[in-house]
Design a protein around this ligand. Structure first.
Ligand code: AMP
Length: 317
C-alpha cells in the first residue's frame, strides 16, 4: 500500500538489517505513517489494532533514535497485561538483534522482584512492562528514567479500562519533560475515544495522528460467516465446524469466564486438545496456556475477549 521501502524511511542501518533478517518486505500502512513521524521526534497518537504491525511501527523508529551503546533505560513501553508486555519485549529483542550489548527487559507483576532488579542493575536500553510493577520500581529507586528518550503507552484504552490511569499518570510525571511520547489505542466506541483524547491532550504535544481502521485488516485476512442456531444446538454445530474446517489452531470466544471452562470440558470430552483462558487463571497459568497453543500442545483456546486481547499466535488458522 505504501510507496516507500523500509530502507527509504531512514531507519538506523542496524535496525534495517534486523528488519530484513525477519523478512518484512514492505512497511504496513501504520508503519509507513508512524515511522517518519517518530523518526522526526514527533509525538504520536496511533489508533490501530494488534495485527496491523503497530509494534514495529513504534519500535523501529524509536530504536533508531537512541544511543545503543548507553545501557541506561532509554525507551519505556507500558502495556496493560503481562502477555502483551512479553510480546512487545520479544519484538524489541528481534528488532534490536544487530545491536551489541543490548538488553530489553520485561517487567511485570506476579514475578519476583529480584530477577527484575538484577536485570535493571545490569542495564537495559528498553524496558517493557505493566504500570503497577513499573511504578513499584520507580518508587524503590531501582528504575531510573534520567536518560529516557521515549515513552510508549500501548493499548492505552485497555490500561484506562483496567483502572491503571493513576499509575500511568504517576509514571508519566516521572519521565523527563522533553521525552518523546506515543500513545496507541484500539479503534473503539466514542466514550473511551473521549477518554483517550483527554489523556492525549494532556500528555502529547503537537502529536501526529495515525488511524488505521480495523475493517481493512479484517476484510483482507479473515473470512467471516454467521450461523444462526438454537442455543441447545450450539455445541453440536461447533463440533461439526471443528470436524469439517481445516483448523490448525483456533481461539473460541465466549462471553463469560464460566463458559470458558464449561465449553473447554465439553470439547475436551470430544477429543480436542483444548484449554480455557480467562481472568480466573493466574498470570503464570495464562502464559502457560498461550505457550501450549504456540507449541501445539493445545489446539483450541476458549477465551473471554479480555483475556485473549493482543495475542499473536501465528498457528491460528
Ligand atoms: P502487531 O500488530 O505489532 O502485533 O504485529 C502483527 C504481526 O505482523 C507480527 O507478527 C509482526 O511480526 C508482523 N509484521 C509487522 N510488520 C510487518 C511487515 N512490515 N511485514 C510483514 N509482517 C509484519
Amino acid at each position: 500500500m505504501s510507496e516507500l521501502s523500509f530502507a527509504e524511511l531512514g531507519l538506523d542501518p542496524a535496525v534495517l538489517e534486523a528488519v530484513s533478517a525477519v523478512g518484512y518486505e514492505t512497511p504496513s500502512p501504520i508503519q509507513a505513517q508512524a515511522i517518519p513521524a517518530l523518526l522526526a521526534g514527533n509525538h504520536l497518537l496511533g489508533v490501530a489494532q494488534t495485527g496491523t504491525g503497530k509494534t514495529a511501527a513504534f519500535a523501529l523508529p524509536l530504536l533508531s533514535r537512541i544511543d545503543a551503546s548507553v545501557t541506561d533505560p532509554q525507551i519505556l513501553v507500558l502495556a496493560p497485561t503481562r502477555e502483551l508486555a512479553i510480546q512487545v519485549a520479544e519484538a524489541f529483542t528481534t528488532y534490536a538483534s544487530k545491536f551489541r550489548n543490548f538488553h530489553v527487559l520485561p517487567i511485570y507483576g506476579g514475578q519476583d522482584f529480584y530477577p527484575q532488579i538484577k536485570g535493571l542493575r545490569r542495564g537495559a536500553q528498553v524496558i517493557v512492562g505493566t504500570p503497577g510493577r513499573m511504578l513499584d520500581h520507580l518508587r524503590k529507586g531501582t528504575l531510573k528514567l534520567d536518560s529516557l528518550k521515549a515513552l510508549v503507552l500501548d493499548e492505552a484504552d485497555e490500561m484506562l479500562r483496567m483502572g491503571f490511569i493513576d499509575d500511568v499518570e504517576a509514571i508519566l510525571a516521572k519521565t523527563p519533560e522533553n521525552c518523546q511520547r506515543a500513545l496507541f489505542s484500539f479503534p473503539t466506541r466514542r466514550s473511551s475515544d473521549l477518554q483517550i483524547k483527554k489523556v492525549a491532550q494532556t500528555y502529547l504535544r503537537n502529536a501526529t495522528e495515525v488511524r488505521i481502521e480495523s475493517e481493512t485488516r479484517t476484510v483482507e485476512r479473515i473470512s467471516q460467516f454467521v450461523l444462526p442456531v438454537y442455543a441447545e444446538r450450539k455445541l453440536d454445530a461447533l463440533t461439526r465446524i471443528l470436524e469439517v474446517e481445516p483448523i490448525d489452531a483456533a481461539i473460541i470466544f465466549v462471553r463469560t469466564k464460566a463458559e470458558t471452562t464449561m465449553l473447554a470440558e465439553k470439547l475436551s470430552a470430544r477429543g480436542h486438545a483444548v484449554a480455557p483462558l480467562s481472568g480466573d487463571l493466574n498470570q503464570r497459568q495464562r502464559e502457560q496456556t498461550v505457550e501450549d497453543l504456540k507449541r501445539g500442545k493445545k489446539d483450541i483456546i476458549i477465551a473471554t475477549d479480555v483475556a485473549a486481547r493482543g495475542l499473536d499466535v501465528s498457528r491460528i488458522t
